[in-house]
Design a binder for this molecule. Structure first.
Ligand SMILES: Cc1cc2nc3c(=O)[nH]c(=O)nc-3n(C[C@H](O)[C@H](O)[C@H](O)COP(=O)(O)OP(=O)(O)OC[C@H]3O[C@@H](n4cnc5c(N)ncnc54)[C@H](O)[C@@H]3O)c2cc1C
Ligand SMILES: NC(=O)c1ccc[n+]([C@@H]2O[C@H](COP(=O)([O-])OP(=O)(O)OC[C@H]3O[C@@H](n4cnc5c(N)ncnc54)[C@H](O)[C@@H]3O)[C@@H](O)[C@H]2O)c1
Length: 504
């Protein structure tokens, strides 16, 4: 990264991931404010280097392998030699190329220069409400190799946004240091596909990587009390069915308690306290263990204590709903506030923090209805209330649940992908959409229709009047909405019958 030509900026951003990059681009180009982004490691952050981009690229190749395998089985049932084998080196080349392309186009210093944003490499510490100290390490080769640290003070005239992201949580589990453990941060450096992978944790990281690695040819066991426990309960049942019965992934329902080296195989033995029957301990054997038990916000060394900036119970930077910390002029956005961790939300918050610093008045940056998609096959997407949370908040009688099984959707039948469902929750009076959960091959695209309808204030029955092409997956939403629409009509049957008799 280039050395910036000045040390005084309107806006200074600490951290160059999704939140920081979006904040910087808005401030530098659209709002035309002098902007600096300080990054300790690589611009692009989690999304480009260790999160979305490599995982979605891996899933794309894994899906291709699965399709090829299915096709091979269909064409030649009895000849296993026909089953394609994955070249892991090519898979790695593929995601590394995607990372580089996205970095060059969106994240690199030259891409940011197009937005009039300066970049600086170094570790930032906040020293006052208007200053940030940046430490940079330089290696000198002559006469002997030594490392020197230089510090530069940068002034932020209008505000500072902390966008420092999160890192993998390490679990306090006996024996982890004795076996080969990877997290989402370093799994990308594996040179070959492990023969057997134990995945600990059933959140989005665990299940996306479990399915990808299994489809690429690895024997995978997931240790988790439930798959995607934050989603509607029936999501987990569908995924468990697909993973176990269609894809040959083993799921051990329970919590990892202890690991030890397996001297016989050179791998590990993982001991799991089972959910059912309670008290039973299961043993799982594997070669590499992927620990995916959550992520914790990066706040260390930022100078928060000295500045009197508080933290939340889960270790995130405490902000109000405008994303301002307890110090005027210092804002925080993205994973470092320890709320919902998604690229789209981090980016949105980065933009709102920049807007709230640089423009008059303010917009809220901590929102309720954030859509999420886990990119397994089938995908799992949701937004807003679940059935239980809607009924709890509004009462059982005030809420209607519309649900369609994927086996009733013609397109899913044609594709042979009938495991899943669409579920929309809306208010009985007025039809306001409260939330939705979709488990389907393109659930991540389908949920966007619900997101837009919610934002536009459309009622669920209103969707019946928007003509959807057949046979799309999305037409299922129109069919469900039509049922809601004609149920409403049914309530006023006496009036309609009367009007019809009048010849209207
Ligand atoms: C495997 C995986 C898959 C994912 N897939 C998806 C997905 O499909 N869709 C989705 O929406 N989300 C996904 N996520 C989540 C998503 O990646 C994150 O929510 C998002 O990248 C967070 O962006 P951020 O800017 O808040 O933080 P980060 O991207 O973590 O950026 C923070 C940056 O700050 C820098 N930094 C930290 N401290 C300092 C300091 N003191 N000085 C200077 N720089 C500092 C760090 O080096 C880092 O580059 C995934 C996550 C993982 C782990
Ligand atoms: N597609 C996406 O949008 C996407 C993909 C990946 C990650 N992410 C984001 O990254 C964040 C982190 O994801 P994650 O999956 O690491 O975390 P998570 O918190 O969602 O899930 C971790 C799971 O591990 C379980 N766990 C903890 N200790 C365990 C033990 N000893 N044994 C068995 N299970 C144990 C927890 O109960 C929890 O369900 C999430 O907030 C997610 O939003 C998003």
């Amino acid at each position: 990264m280039a050395t910036p030509s000045t040390t005084v900026y309107d806006l200074v951003i600490v951290g160059g991931g999704s939140a920081g990059l979006t904040a910087a681009k808005l401030a530098g180009k659209t709002l035309k404010k002098s902007t600096l982004i300080i990054e300790a490691d690589r611009l692009g952050g989690d999304c480009t280097w260790t999160g979305c981009v490599p995982s979605k690229s891996l899933l794309a190749k894994a899906k291709a392998a699965q399709m090829a395998r299915r096709f091979a089985i269909q064409t030649n049932k009895n000849n296993n030699n026909q089953v394609p084998v994955v070249d892991f080196v090519q898979v790695k080349d593929y995601f590394e190329k995607n990372q580089q392309d996205i970095y060059d186009r969106d994240d690199s210093p030259s891409a940011l220069a197009e937005y009039n944003v300066d970049t600086m490499q170094g570790l930032a510490t906040v020293t006052s409400s208007k200053t940030v100290q940046v430490s940079q390490q330089q290696q000198q080769q002559e006469p002997s190799t030594t490392t020197t640290t230089t510090t530069t003070t940068i002034t932020a005239k209008q505000g500072i946004i902390l966008c420092t992201g999160a890192t993998a949580k390490m679990a306090d589990i006996p024996g982890l240091n004795d076996v080969q453990v990877v997290t989402y941060e370093d799994i990308w450096r594996l040179e070959s596909l492990p023969k057997r992978l134990t995945v600990v944790g059933g959140g989005p990281v665990g299940i996306e990587l479990a399915q990808a690695m299994s489809r690429l040819g690895c024997q995978v066991t997931i240790v988790a009390t439930q798959l995607l426990p934050r989603e509607e309960p029936e999501v987990s049942s569908v995924l468990e069915d697909v993973f176990r019965n269609d894809e040959g992934i083993t799921i051990v329902s329970g919590r990892l308690e202890k690991v030890e080296r397996n001297n016989g195989t050179g791998g590990h033995k993982a001991f799991v306290s089972c959910v059912t029957p309670p008290g039973q301990v299961a043993t799982v054997e594997g070669d590499v263990l992927l620990l995916s038990v959550g992520r914790k916000p990066n706040t260390k060394g930022l100078g928060l204590e000295i500045m009197g900036i508080g933290l939340t119970d889960n270790g995130g930077i405490l902000v109000n709903d405008k994303l301002q910390t307890s110090v005027k002029g210092i804002y925080a956005a993205g994973d470092c506030i320890g709320e919902k961790q998604f690229t789209h939300y981090a980016g949105y918050q980065g933009a709102i923090a920049a807007r709230n610093i640089l423009l008059p008045l303010s917009d809220p940056g901590v929102l309720r209805d954030i859509p999420a998609t886990t990119f397994t096959s089938p995908e799992v997407a949701s937004v807003g209330y679940s059935e239980a949370s809607a009924k709890k908040e509004f009462g059982d009688d005030a809420v209607v649940v519309s649900k369609m099984d994927l086996s009733e959707v013609d397109r899913a039948v044609c594709d042979g992908e009938t495991k899943g469902f669409l579920k929309v929750i809306y208010k009985k009076r007025g039809g306001k959409i409260l939330g939705a959960t979709i488990v389907a091959p393109v659930a991540g695209e389908l949920i966007c229709e619900i997101v837009v309808a919610m934002k536009a204030g459309m009622s669920f029955p209103d969707l019946a009047k928007a003509i959807h092409p057949y046979p799309s997956y999305a037409i299922a939403l129109q069919i469900m909405a039509s049922e809601a629409y004609y149920e409403n009509v049914g309530k006023y049957r006496v009036v309609y019958d009367f009007l019809k008799r009048l010849g209207l």
